[in-house]
Design a protein around this ligand. Structure first.
Ligand code: HEC
Length: 262
């Protein structure tokens, strides 16, 4: 394999290095935001504020002991109700969610605290809690994300993450990393775990243990991203030109005039 075909970061034209740097900075920020988003939408579903395998099992597979309503009130919706009213709702759920009690006990609470958001006029994408049927729907046993939702999220995920890692991986091809296999693993790993990640969302419905594969995949993706990001940034601006590259400089493709050694 002829590694001299690769143009080392410090030999790239200044304008290209500035472009790579700005792209990496923006992606770095985006990655932080994405991590916060995963945390916000999944952590705490099991009642414990940390993000855990159980949270993901509940998100993808549902909670056999629970209902969407209870899961939400113990997780993302927990600030929406005072404790005493939450207890009324939980007692009703644990007592079999009797429909005849909805109008007298449950609906007044929901009307006061929930329908400001959960009404079809305000937000057609949220469960409609203005009707008895709507309340019953979230009080039915929780089976997690539907296949339709998973398909929608997977195709967006597969397309968009491929773009991100194509760009970050392409930038990283200009890095000097030995052994070469390690460089290739860092480039390939995010794509491999993207596939295991998305596949595990579905498989978690069959066997809950796949939630751990979702977490491990996310971990490997984060490590590859961080490694490629840090190595690229360092070598773009601070790293020494390694001897192996410097020696072969004459054999590197000719670069356009004065910009090349900025
Ligand atoms: C300020 C707006 C707002 C209020 C008030 C609110 N919700 Fe929500 N609710 C949301 C949003 C946004 C989501 C979806 C995002 C999420 O899951 O975090 C949601 C999600 C839910 C879900 C989960 C739906 C699903 O498909 O898993 C349930 C159940 C729920 N809310 C019940 C309630 C109940 C009960 C109340 C009143 C005690 C309430 N919400 C009050 C905005 C609100």
């Amino acid at each position: 394999m002829n590694s001299t075909q690769i143009i080392y970061f410090r030999h790239l034209p200044m304008s290209v290095r500035v472009l790579f740097t700005m792209v990496l900075l923006t992606f770095g920020l985006a990655y932080v935001m994405a991590t916060i988003q995963v945390w916000e939408s999944h952590a705490g579903k099991d009642g414990d504020p940390m993000l855990s395998g159980k949270d993901l099992m509940i998100a993808y597979r549902g909670n056999p002991e629970g209902t969407k309503l209870e899961t939400a009130l113990r997780g993302p919706m927990s600030d929406m109700l005072p404790a005493n009213k939450k207890k009324i709702v939980f007692d009703w759920l644990h007592d079999g969610a009797k429909p005849e009690l909805i109008a007298s006990t449950i609906q007044p609470i929901i009307n006061e605290h929930c329908i400001a958001c959960h009404s079809p006029e305000v937000n057609p994408h949220l469960p409609n809690l203005t009707t008895v049927e709507g309340i019953q729907a979230v009080a039915a046993q929780d089976t997690g994300m539907t296949i339709a939702t998973l398909v929608r999220v997977s195709h967006i995920h597969l397309f968009s993450i491929t773009f991100i890692f194509f760009i970050v991986g392409y930038i990283f091809t200009h890095a000097y990393v030995r052994p070469l296999w390690l460089k290739c693993v860092l480039i390939a790993a995010p794509f491999a775990v993207l596939i295991t990640d998305v596949a595990s969302w579905y498989l978690t419905k069959v066997w809950a243990g796949f939630a751990w594969v979702v977490i491990a995949s996310g971990g490997v993706m984060g490590i590859s991203f961080a490694a490629m990001w840090l190595i690229s940034m360092w070598q773009l601006w601070f790293g020494h030109v390694p001897e192996a590259v410097a020696e072969n400089e004459g054999r590197l493709p000719k670069l356009s005039v004065s910009e090349s050694h900025g």
